[in-house]
Design a protein around this ligand. Structure first.
Ligand code: HXC
Length: 257
């Protein structure tokens, strides 16, 4: 409906979620994040879907958490509702997430993009954490994920001064995976998601978990976890199929189990 804050579609094995508050530059209010988390949760559980693309409009991926919704909240309102806590559920889902970012990805919008596994940026994309100018700080993981993605120097610069970076600087800094012309960004993200979705879903989830572990632990322990996850791939039928297909010089036919 016209009131839907997110539009949900499927393209083959790819789930496509479009943030749908273009007039508010996709400001992330509670309703939007609830619908977004519900949509990704449903795709995660759907064996027919192997990857998800999250996108916004041409002008804005998302210009942040909804300032109008937050402006009058008290500390106790924020604390009692544990504001933003369940948005973090996005990062506990196992299905690979691809962000297709055009225009502004600011504050919570940048943080939402960073909760995704790949960020594909249009050459028009702008990333920033402007919260300091509103008298707050990033609250949806920005101080942690941006710092791990780009390092302390640039993260401090962006978070303390509010400076925005463009797509090229984001690429150099390692915040995004690819930069493409704006009119190609959704196509490129759908292609990347389609490539992921054509692989074994359970094995892609193992691979995502293994890379995610690098952000949570040291290398020695992380390599042990990787080895365990690698071993567990041998419990799937898709491993047998993938390796048999290589040996027999044919294309694998994965059944996602
Ligand atoms: C609510 C927002 C919004 C936001 C834009 N709008 N961003 N509403 N929350 N974050 C609304 C505007 O109020 C306006 O509504 C309409 O979208 C168009 O925006 P304009 O400002 O008129 O557009 P423009 O002049 O082109 O400027 C674009 C902009 C600016 C530079 C992106 O909108 C802006 O600075 N937005 C706020 C960016 C920000 O500070 N984000 C961080 C939010 S705090 P009307 O009704 O006037 O047409 C945050 C906290 C994170 O994210 C903590 C955890 C999530």
């Amino acid at each position: 409906s016209d009131d839907a804050t997110v539009l949900v579609e499927t393209r083959g094995r790819v789930g496509l979620i479009t943030l749908n508050r273009p007039k508010a530059l996709n400001a992330l209010n509670k309703a939007t994040m609830d619908e977004l988390v519900a949509a990704v949760t449903a795709f995660d559980a759907d064996p027919g879907i192997g990857a998800v693309v999250i996108t916004g409009s041409e002008r804005a991926f998302a210009a942040g958490a909804d300032i109008k919704e937050m402006a009058s909240q008290s500390y106790m309102d924020m604390y009692a509702a544990d504001w933003f806590r369940h948005w973090e559920d996005l990062t506990r889902l196992r299905i690979p997430l691809v962000a297709a970012v055009s225009g502004y990805a600011l504050g919570g919008g940048c943080e939402l993009a960073m909760m995704c596994d790949l960020i594909i940026a249009a050459d028009t994309a702008r990333f920033g954490q402007p919260e300091i100018s509103l008298g707050v700080l990033p609250g949806m993981g920005g101080t942690q994920r941006l710092t791990r993605a780009v390092g302390k120097a640039l993260a401090m610069d962006m978070i303390l001064t509010g400076r925005q970076i463009d797509a090229e600087e984001a690429l150099r800094a390692g915040l995004v995976s690819r930069v493409v012309p704006a009119d190609r960004v959704l196509e490129e993200a759908l292609e990347a998601a389609g490539t992921i979705a054509a692989t074994s879903k359970p094995v892609a989830m193992l691979a995502k978990e293994a890379v995610g572990t690098a952000f949570e632990t040291g290398v020695t322990h992380g390599v042990q976890i990787e080895r365990r996850l690698f071993h567990s791939a041998f419990a799937t039928e898709d491993q047998k199929e993938g390796m048999a297909a290589f040996v027999e010089k044919r294309t694998p036919d994965f059944h996602h189990r």
